[in-house]
Design a protein around this ligand. Structure first.
Ligand code: DOR
Ligand code: ZN
Length: 345
């Protein structure tokens, strides 16, 4: 049986939600990862340092006893973000970054930014103070095909923004295309990208495998096989600009299996195993630690975790569904199947 020992990884993109849902999902991430960048798309969104501080305390109350875990908080940018509050929150260690959701791009993005031009003073302050900008990189115009939205964002929004603000540091979150990976590489001195397990494991056929598969639906949507191959090369190739970010995004089963189902793959219970499967299939297990545990902290200017963990290539059965305290059930990635790797011990 193969095994791999590496520094405790971090997850640079998670959705914890709030209240009972958060109570159910935080332990999965906290047990597997040392730190996580926590997305701010709650209702209402986390738009101020005070809100982030309160949210961080609610998250910490859900971390199991004896588990060491640090949530890293993110400011949700709106057309009305106060640059002074963001900078003060960053300097106080409350905010690690700020997130650009183009308005109406995805879950709870109605308060998002209508145009990058609108928030130029905020972006200038971020460049000046070294606050990373995290992007949901999709244009939202109805005339742009959903499979082209990321490539168009890279070309029409992010490229020009990078040229306009040479000091701005940017993470293109959950990249799904060759075009996204290329833009990140071209600006690797100040750009990073997270890559999810589902975009490494599946192409868009998975959405329609024998019928409509709501649990495979996330945003940005799964793409063609050639893009999946480009992402596998990016993740496993040892380039420091690519790092682990699951985008674990729980929604109750009845809200995904619906007339208008929610976007998001809940991957936290199996995330490390899923990534390990990809690296094992590519014959690149030796590159795993850089992707999972080194490149992210280096981008954010944080030390890598010192603790080591060992995973074994030992299949573990994954529950069909997970109960959320009377409020509904969650279906995770690999639900009802076997996850190929497990934590040793
Ligand atoms: O699939 C997604 N789910 N993509 C996002 O951008 C947001 C996320 C969520 O919050 O559910
Ligand atoms: Zn996300």
């Amino acid at each position: 049986m193969r095994s791999l020992t590496f520094r405790r990884p971090d997850d640079w993109h998670v959705h914890f939600r709030d209240s009972v849902m958060m109570k159910t999902v935080v332990p999965y991430t906290a047990r597997a990862f040392g730190r996580a960048i926590v997305m701010p798309n709650l209702t209402p969104p986390v738009t101020t340092a005070a809100m982030a501080q309160a949210y961080r305390a609610r998250i910490m109350a859900c971390v199991p006893d004896g588990v060491s875990f640090q949530p890293l908080m993110v400011c949700y940018l709106t057309d009305h973000t106060d640059p002074a509050d963001l900078v003060a929150g960053f300097k106080a260690g409350i905010f690690t970054a700020a997130k650009l959701y183009p308005a109406h791009a995805t879950t709870n993005s109605a308060h998002g930014v209508t145009s990058v031009d609108t928030i130029m003073p905020v972006l200038e302050a971020m460049a000046e103070h070294g606050i990373p900008l995290l992007t949901h990189g999709e244009v939202t115009r109805a005339d742009v095909d959903i499979f082209d939205r990321e490539a168009r964002f890279a070309e029409e929004v992010l490229g020009p923004l990078l040229a306009r603000l040479p000091g701005l540091r940017v993470v293109m979150e959950h990249i799904t295309t060759q075009e996204g990976a290329s833009l990140v590489r071209a600006h690797r001195d100040r750009m990073g990208a997270t890559i999810t397990p589902q975009h490494l494991l599946y192409n868009r056929n998975a959405l329609f495998q024998g019928g409509l598969r709501p649990h495979m639906y996330c945003l940005p949507v799964l793409k063609r096989e050639r893009h999946r191959q480009a992402l596998r090369q990016a993740a496993t190739g040892g380039e420091s600009c690519f790092f682990l970010g699951t985008d674990t995004a729980p929604h109750m089963r009845h809200l995904k299996e619906a007339d208008c189902g929610c976007a998001g793959v809940f991957s936290a219970p199996v995330a490390v195993a899923a990534y390990l499967q990809v690296f094992a299939e590519e014959g690149k297990l030796e590159a795993f630690e850089a992707f999972a545990s080194l490149n992210g902290p280096a981008f954010y200017g944080l030390p890598a975790n010192e603790e080591r963990v060992t995973y074994e290539e030992r299949p573990a059965r994954i529950a069909q569904e997970i109960e959320v305290d009377g409020a509904g059930r969650l279906v995770s990635l690999f639900s009802g199947e076997a996850a190929p790797w497990s934590l040793a011990g």
